[in-house]
Design a protein around this ligand. Structure first.
Ligand code: PAF
Length: 278
């Protein structure tokens, strides 16, 4: 059970509190706020598995491209605070941009090839920003375990790779996608969808269900399955439909237990991603 929920803005203060928690496990959930049930699932898992739980809320400017929605990204601190309080979080880490990024900052972590396909193709350097901030946050919090949703599959895979490559002593815990009743994967950006677009967006999870049925009939050919999905998504603006190995390398045939279907589409100007791990 947690004590009173603390809101900490400064790195020195957080480090001081965490130094007193030596020998206790720390579960960490990094977020950009606008918390929804998907985040709640991560937080609940962190709470169940650790002595101490830290949630960071930081809309990270370096992972937004020029012209993206950084300034209008939903900021809902009061609601976020309530979700954290009800979930018995111990600390919300709420730094300012200046607290995390000093001027002339030299610490940039760049992913290699796999950071420039899929999401990284449409959003070049997005993952530099993600990995840089996640590494900074890991160094500040020094968690035992950190929790990430499978919805951001490429992010999860690259963070796992960073942890291995840099020999970080942190366990990354992947958490299944949480969906609304209509099947649409929860995302902080869903608030941008109009009612009509929301109905159109259902085609995305439905196409994944339809693909998994096709796979259950024995189909393994990537091109056939991708074509099937694209057909289901014909009323949406498809950015990519891609079936890859779980390390994001290419395959011709589905490898059961080691493949992933990844989709990005625009619906009414809102970019949505979804995936299925098969
Ligand atoms: O998934 C997110 O919300 C962000 O990319 C993360 C991991 C908090 C880094 O800013």
């Amino acid at each position: 059970m947690s004590s009173k929920l603390l809101i900490i803005e400064r790195v020195v203060d957080l480090k001081k509190i965490l130094a007193d928690k030596k020998n206790r496990s720390v579960g960490f959930v990094p977020t950009m706020g606008a918390l929804h049930n998907g985040h709640r699932t991560l937080i609940e898992r962190a709470r169940a598995e650790n002595d101490f739980v830290v949630v960071s809320i930081f809309v990270n400017p370096t992972q937004f491209l020029e012209g993206e929605d950084f300034s209008k990204y939903p900021r809902t601190f009061e609601k976020d605070h309530e979700i954290c309080r009800l979930a018995n979080v111990d600390i919300i880490f709420l730094p300012t941009v200046n607290e995390i990024y000093k001027s002339d900052d030299i610490s940039v972590i760049s992913p290699i090839k796999r950071g420039y396909i899929l999401e990284g193709f449409s959003r070049p350097n997005h993952f530099n920003g993600v990995l840089t901030v996640v590494l900074k946050l890991f160094n500040i919090v020094q968690p035992t375990k950190a929790y990430f949703g499978k919805k951001d599959a490429q992010q999860l895979i690259l963070i796992n790779q960073m942890v291995q490559d840099l020999y970080l002593n942190i366990e990354i815990v992947p958490i299944d996608i949480v969906r609304d009743r209509d099947g649409v994967a929860l995302s902080s950006r869903n608030v941008y969808l109009s009612q009509d677009d929301r109905i159109i967006a259902r085609a995305i999870p439905n196409s994944l269900i339809s693909a998994s049925k096709l796979i259950m009939t024995g189909e393994r050919n990537i091109i056939k399955i991708e074509t099937h999905i694209k057909n289901e998504l014909k009323n949406l603006q498809i950015e990519y439909v891609s079936i890859l190995k779980r390390d994001l390398t290419q395959i011709d045939q589905i490898e059961m237990g080691n493949s992933i279907i990844l989709i990005a589409c625009k619906v009414g100007g809102v970019r949505l991603i979804d995936n299925l791990w098969i």
